[in-house]
Design a protein around this ligand. Sequence first.
Ligand code: BGC
Length: 731
Amino acid sequence: MENWKIVEETFVPDLMPYRETVYTIGNGYLGTRGTFEEGYAGRSPVTLLHGVFNDLAIVHTELVNAPTWIDFHVYIGGARFRMDQGEVLSYRRELDLRNGVLTRTVLWRSPAGSTVQLIFERFASLASPHILAVRCHITSVDFSSAVELRAGISGIVDNEGYRHWQLLDQGPVDSQSVHLQVRTNATGVVLSEAAALHVSQPGIVHSARDCLWAPTVIAEGQLAPGQSLVADKFVAIYTSRDTKDPAAAAVEALAQARDSGYAELLEAQTEAWALLWERSNVVIEGDEEADLSLRYALFQLSIAAPRFEERASIPAKTLSGYGYRGHVFWDTEIFMLPFFIYTQPAVARNMLEYRYWTLPGARQKATKEGLEGAMYAWESAETGAETTPRWIPVWTQDKEEGELVRIWCGDIELHITADVAYAVYNYWRVTGDEDFMRYYGAEIMLETARFWASRAEWNAERQVYEICDVIGPDENHDHVTNNAFTNGMARWNLEAALQVIEWLRSNHTQHGDELLGRLGLTDTRLDQWRTVIEGLYIGFDPGTSLIEQFSGFYELQEVLFEEYEPRTTSLQAILGVATTQQCQILKQPDVLMLLYLLDDVYTEEALHANWSYYTPKTDVTYGSSLGPAIQAALAARIGDLEQAYHFFELAAGTDLLDNRGNTSEGIHGATAGGLWQAVVFGFGGVRLTPDGPVAEPRLPAGWTRLAFKLCYRGEWLEFDLRQPDDEPLIH
Ligand code: BGC
């Protein structure tokens, strides 16, 4: 079945910012947005590398836009090809998900009347992550004239106005290649790029020019009607995070890429992707749109994952835009990670090791708050220090100027700490990776549990432990007490840590003793944990099976969402931040999220009761983009397939259709990961039992087959699911 291409047949300048995100390519080392090779007025290319952050004094820490590697300029008889001048006679762009190659075919008439066909191809090698390639086919339709190609590296880049780089070195390497070396001005990361341009046809003259900040190779030749040129640009990129001498590494890697040539690099690329898809692909038959949009989501996740290192993780907007400045949120562990745990476990481990390497930052945050253990940053960058901005402008419907709003997430959105622990435990449970748990995971489990034990407060009057002054997943309500999700996950975190201690004591006694000793976890301490577990307040009402989202939620004003329809924005934007805080309006599922994650703790009855109560109070369509996919998974579990499919479609259109209007800021990584969960855990009905994952499919109408693979403890299981009248096949 040919359902592997994301295609655009018309060029609409106004859609460029969002389409640049959609056509992002990458390879787990870097991501590059779909900006055109020749540029376009007002647009600038963006390439983000894992872990390459710079600090901007006072303002923030952000992933830095790297010197651009895609630059490629074509001059026909002196006229520069650019789509905002002359005439675009035809246009097609396609992203081939099968091998990660982005192709654009343009028939263009220059202002002087020369017609040329240009085909640009580019890819970031999955097989050799430091290698990038651009190929350009140029065919004269009707002109005889000189053709000049210019391709190099441009260090004249910024992050929406912020310049991060200092120039260290640049120049030609030989007549066909150049290099550039720069350094971030605060964090001191050195980055080297080397680029070569190669046109194999006879009669072409190559030369290298040392333009300041933009060393360039030029190739000059002639074309007559019907004649073509094929030009290949190769780029190698290294940073001081990869090696001591990035310049030498880049020049050497470039020489190897040139020796291999484009065809060989493309072949290696195709093979590397085939291997990845062999395990990660999901097939939905009977619904091509669903099939393609899920595959697209898995492509975007796969290119954003830290494949080649364990000190970085996937930012909320992947490596595809400036949104959230490249920071890592709970989006990664709770929404994106399950796909990797089950299909690319080595990558999942890298992502979790990032949380191990950032433990020092999390410990410092806890200490600063007068607490124990590790308190993970709500927004995390290189070191694990808190990077959430404290103030941001928020636009309400009737105001043109953004109103500065204090953001409390970095101070009190605590659940991230339990979310990280949940991910560690889940990875261990599914993969059985003992080495990871012993050397990395256990410390995270224990430090996060220590944090909760120190953060819970005893309320003598109510005779319960409470966690006061927090923000739950539903950020419409801040400074609340006993948020069910936070308390429920904190309790789970403490319990799971005790289990890990048992496991260490039985299996790795010496290591366990050393760790417990180092963290001061005496038996008395562990008894205190047990007291907190027993006494921690969860607002569960056994009569109704409802869980109160936080103390006082039931007293808030009820709102009938229908009264505000039709609308195009969130209820918070319509009513304002302060009013929404007083109303039962959820930005995203909160209690339901708890039931979703801890499905072995809470009953089906509780799920049904809370589903019916909270779903009408949740602004699924215009609230957080994290909501719809999980609502879809839950609706499928509840058995409401129509609603499930509706929520699934909403999530599937987030980036491909830009249905939230902010895809220009980058791919919604959590939605992409949530889509996989909606399909595998929701429609596929996969649940983890002590014997491994089992499926209880509930396929939407029209889906005739759902097939995927899951890796459980090193063994690959194939799921091939059909509608209920057909028997599911599990190999
Ligand atoms: C959501 C958070 C999410 C963050 C980053 C916020 O709008 O409410 O749950 O982690 O975006 O995606």
